[in-house]
Design a protein. Sequence first.
Length: 309
Amino acid sequence: MKTKKIMTNTRRDAIAAYAFLMPAIIGFFWFIFYPMVRTLYMSFTKWTIHGESTFVGLQNWIRMFTDDRIFGITVRVTLTFTIWSVLINIVVGFILALLLNKPRKTVGIFRTMFYIPCMIAAGAPAMLVWLWVFAPDGLMNALLASFGITGPNWLLSQSTALSVIIATSVWGVGTMMIIFISGLKAVPDEYYESADIDGAGYFRKLFGITIPILTPVILYNLIIGVIGAMQAFQQAYILTQGGPRNSTSFFAFNIYNQAFVNMNFGYAAALSWLLFMVIMVLTYIIFKTSARWVFYGDGIDDAPVKEKY
């Protein structure tokens, strides 16, 4: 009887668990899995939303590499933006974390100041602010004019437009900064005390203790940064419309143009799936190569960390 009661309670708990999970499961299949399968099928069709879709096989995929004149440009622009924006954000976020990790009365205020922009970092309001700052008669050129310098047309010049967009990405560095600060809090003080006894200086401790222990945090920020940068869209859409001469035409911006300007949803779906696969491959490569440079410490007495300083 007791065993039967236990089984009944277990079954009741399982039913309750599935009942609570069901909305999430239904939402996943309806809003994520089904659209992914649907767009995968669309990538093999020609569909302009006005009529029936026509199955064209691999035509859309072949077109990317043979007939789309800006495909290579969007790949180059996106990779350039990804490399530089992620690298700059990681370095700046790490430096800010080091500066704001020390116990001071005003440290909480500065952390808040650097993190608040993250709430609107990639949104339209933030992009409109940057559009005003880098306009020909905007704040940046007005500042340069006060020193007798004639500023360039930042967003209208092919040589500076992408650099400006990369620079604006630092506006949202607060997220990486907070994650780095959390990692710094987890570094055992015993490592630094041992290093002090051995006479190690600041940079010796930084490169021998702090950075090796923070490599898992760097890995996390690297992956999140790459995934986000590869999908960059609003910066080009609001600031430059992909110009001048496609110098800021990101891959996602090309997907938008193909779908909602050219009304070629089949080709846009193929581009979307290619972007998804590229992101997956890059993430896999980062994970595979991380074994060479990411250190996972098991405790205070872990010898490999001590040997590094």
